[in-house]
Design a protein around this ligand. Sequence first.
Ligand SMILES: C[S@@+](CC[C@H](N)C(=O)[O-])C[C@H]1O[C@@H](n2cnc3c(N)ncnc32)[C@H](O)[C@@H]1O
Length: 488
Amino acid sequence: MSEQGYDKFGIPNWENRTLFHCDNLDVLRNMNSNSVHLIATDPPFKKGRDFHATPDSLAAGAGFKDRWRWDEDAHPEWRDSIFDDWPESWEVIEMARSSYGDDMGAYLCWLGVRLMEMRRVLRDDGSICLHIDHTAHAYVKCLMDSIFGHKNFRNEIVWCYRTGGASKTHFGRKHDIILFYTKSNQLTFNIQKERSYLTGQLKHSPSEKLQEDEFGVYQVVLFSKTHIKLYVDEHGRYYTMVNCRDYWTDIDAVGRTSRERFGYPTQKPLALYGRIIEALSNPNDIVLDPFCGCATTPVAAEKLGRQWVGIDIWDKAHEAVLTRLYQEQMEVEGESEKPYLMARGDVHYETQPPERTDDNEIAAPRLDLKITRPLAPWQKLSRKEMATLLEVAQKNGDGVICGGCGRTLEREFMQLDHITPKSDRGENHILNRILLCGPCNQRKRNNLTLSGLIRENRKVGWMKDETLAEFAQQDAHKKALEVRDGYL
Ligand SMILES: C[S@@+](CC[C@H](N)C(=O)[O-])C[C@H]1O[C@@H](n2cnc3c(N)ncnc32)[C@H](O)[C@@H]1O
């Protein structure tokens, strides 16, 4: 991929048209930061059941799990890193656990760690669209606010469809929601048009001149005191074209007899993802779908001349994208003069995450939100008071254990540091503090989180005793909680 235009953004460390068959967390963690223009994705919705493909379809045998348990699916490593580095997201998870149940907390934990990586991978001028339904939507909205910032929330797109059954106990559930966020206040937004059917009185003279544009044949007529372009559909109904609103009723779900039906459970229509991609990216931009299923996003991106990368744990996703690109008669520009139909070799299939080629230990830059809230008494402890308390917590014989490398050294060699750096919005209070030895403190500086430092220590061979380092972290945390609770 050319490096042109990537000077202030990250350089992708994968090729255009790559399909990764892996857990997306492993791939996302190994994708370079700030390198994707648009993420358009459709994760499991937390339906509490498993999904299976239609047996006689091209996707036969496919399926995925959509049930969640706190003890099995919210890995301790994820919980710790959210607790340490994303305290607002942790609060959302706790709120979901108490108001809905542990299963919702587990789902949010699982999705949250992935969304945090998606935010890092997204370019500063990029956008993300996350497809969800009523089950977890309210909680996922809060989670996304805590990760992307409520100021970067752009739309809740309501996609209405007619398929599915009816209920005797509630109104028919006939819409999904697409949460659209940006990473900053810069974005690509190409206005899309949709039909708006007319109901009022029309001053319409059939003799008016017929003209044609990209939406079809029209006449200019006077409607509600303004001149509008009037089109007529195949049933003789009049409409005009307006800027797309945030509820979409003109795109049908993939039905049983639909031409694009692949048989994959939860397959989404190409037109839906096409509209998102067209609106939020430009030709040749990079589109990522980390839950790509039977490749709706990659196929829509290819049709619109975007670069794409897809990830799915389904082992046949690669076959699906090839089959669908072939069905769509997609052509590629080859070295020969004439474009040719896409073939197996044109799509890269990877079963291992890529190698990071940027500085992968730098804490993902956090939101620039200023939280002004009064400090509680326990948050006002001086540096000296915090250091004295942690010295007792991290004590080992005559020395103190470093929370970064597990070395036991005399107190004078220890320095008070932040677990989440200040640059990453880490706060000054004791719950975010730890005693580290001089070299760890130097290495960590203001741009690594404690977990980043530990990874770095392993890499450079400075890790002395990881079990002791963990004990020191746990004891420091316990002490901080005691201090806080003592004041409450
Ligand atoms: C709702 S489906 C996506 C359907 C897709 N939009 C389409 O039109 O075919 C969710 C997908 O997420 C995939 N998935 C679930 N967990 C995953 C994980 N940890 N890593 C990668 N893919 C995952 C499932 O295999 C499934 O294909």
